[in-house]
Write a protein that binds this ligand. Structure first.
Ligand SMILES: [Ca+2]
Ligand SMILES: [Ca+2]
Length: 97
């Protein structure tokens, strides 16, 4: 495991890169000493059993993402690939019609 220095609230194992092995989303909850500051979350990719941090290349929006409280993976749009539904304090849910 890499050093993923995150005050995490939750973790979700799912196949982020479609190679049939489980990768990890780590939901950041809090910046120490700075309540309400947006915390970093991380995306760790599984490469033959060794995880590496690919947040900057695959999901740069996870830097200072917010105060994550929970996450689930499911194919929300029913297209067969997994999506992440992330919720947290002061994190708005995207809406579509
Ligand atoms: Ca994978
Ligand atoms: Ca999907």
């Amino acid at each position: 495991m890499p050093d993923a220095l995150v005050n995490g609230q939750c973790i979700e194992a799912f196949d982020a890169d479609g190679d049939k092995d489980l990768d990890l989303f780590i939901g950041g909850r809090q910046v120490s000493g700075l309540y309400a500051a947006p915390a970093d979350s991380r995306l760790l990719i599984n490469q033959s059993g060794s995880f590496s941090d690919h947040t900057k290349t695959l999901a740069p929006f996870l830097d200072q993402f917010g105060m994550v409280t929970d996450v689930i993976s499911d194919s929300i749009d029913k297209d067969g690939d997994l999506d992440l539904l992330v919720v947290g304090e002061w994190i708005s849910l995207p809406c579509s019609q």
